[in-house]
Design a protein around this ligand. Structure first.
Ligand code: AMP
Length: 361
């Protein structure tokens, strides 16, 4: 075991108090750690399950400093933490995954450049900072294409599909940014993702690739394992390993990929934290993704990512959660609710893992 492993009773700091923070905190508590969550919102889902909770803004440098002094390591459940704040934190205590990874994953162009540098394909892309550059980028990449804000985009927000009939002036105005990227449209046959973890000693463990389908740009369903060939599955996991090693990951990250019609794999984006498409692992693998992320950031060796059974994960978005009684009555399904009071449309309220007999592989 690594000499840097945090003993039980140590405190893990988590930036962000949403459902990912909540499930990370629960996994940490299971392993005997205390958890201190830092989040700008009151009553966030993680507030109910953490020993300590600081409610302060992500740019409140003094509150961040106090937070850093109270914990042994810091991890995060979302990427959009200002660089200056991360610097303050990392002056006091290790931030894992490391601040460079965070920096890259905050910006779509930096992210794609970093991935290409590792010899891994992304969609063709061009940085766009003005309408003139947008027109030039379309000239280089062609149409259809996808225009995205470089920062803060999620669940399809901050993106626009462009085709030959698009009103570019209007699209550019609506995007309301001077930091965008134009990506070639990938005519994919399937969207998959791989969750990969790397520990302080450099050991890597990845889960099997899963298939993801979206509704209104929000993840709807994950099928584990993805219905792809063994060769493609190996290729996807190899890509994940190369990325994890290439960025010097200590922690866990998700890599979203497109499978093209001719069975190529193209990386779409990465997230250096547990991911919605990894929720199935909580109930179907020897080590779930939340436990794995805590193991890695606490300096413990990784647990086995082996799949004990197949799974289908269904997100409960908005009013879907009203069916909770029906789901709770299903003996082979495991219901996870996030404790959110109000079921607003598009809000992730919970998920359900259907456990299925394991097929070969
Ligand atoms: P993102 O925010 O980059 O994950 O994009 C959200 C969703 O938009 C993806 O899951 C895809 O379904 C779709 N999408 C994003 N980029 C592209 C692309 N370059 N080509 C085709 N579809 C895309």
């Amino acid at each position: 075991m690594s000499t840097t492993a945090l003993p039980p009773g140590s405190t893990i700091g988590i930036l962000g108090g949403g459902q990912l923070g909540r499930m990370m905190a629960m996994a940490a508590a299971e392993m005997g750690y205390h958890v201190h969550v830092y989040c700008p919102e009151r009553d966030a889902p993680a507030s109910e399950v953490a020993r300590t909770y600081t409610c302060a803004a992500y740019d409140d440098l003094e509150a961040l400093r106090q937070f850093a002094l109270s914990v042994d390591v810091i991890t995060y459940e979302f990427e959009n933490i200002p660089a200056e704040s991360v610097k303050v934190l990392s002056n006091h205590v290790p931030v894992r995954p490391n601040p460079d990874i965070l920096h890259i994953s905050q910006h779509r162009v930096l992210e794609k450049q970093a991935i290409n540098k590792l010899g891994i394909a992304t969609a063709p892309f061009k940085s766009v900072t003005s309408l003139i550059e947008l027109k030039a980028a379309i000239g280089a990449i062609g149409l259809p294409a996808v225009l995205k804000t470089c920062r803060m985009g999620y669940d399809g927000k901050g993106q626009a599909m462009l085709d030959k009939d698009s009103d570019l002036v209007n699209v550019w105005e609506k995007l309301n940014t001077i930091d965008a990227v134009l990506e070639g449209f990938v005519n994919f046959r399937m969207e998959i993702s791989v969750i990969v973890a790397r520990d302080v000693a450099g050991h890597i463990a990845s889960y099997c690739p899963v298939q993801n389908t979206h509704k209104h740009h929000i993840l709807h369903e994950t099928i584990a394992p993805a219905p792809i060939s063994d060769a493609l599955s190996d290729k996807a996991q190899k890509i994940a390993r190369i990325v994890a090693e290439g960025v010097g990951l200590i922690g866990l990250m998700a890599i979203e990929m497109f499978v093209t019609k001719d069975d190529d794999i193209i990386v779409n984006e990465t997230a250096p934290r547990p991911h919605n498409s990894g929720h199935w692992t909580m109930d179907s693998c020897v080590t779930g993704q939340f436990t794995q992320s805590i193991r890695a950031v606490a300096g413990l060796p990784l647990g086995s990512p082996e799949r004990l059974c197949d799974a289908r994960m269904l997100n409960l978005i908005g009013d879907d959660v009203n069916e909770w009684q029906a789901y709770a009555a299903m003996p082979d399904a495991r219901l996870h609710l996030y404790g959110k009071k109000e079921a607003r449309p598009d809000r992730k309220m919970g998920h359900i893992n259907f456990l299925l007999p394991k097929k070969q592989g």
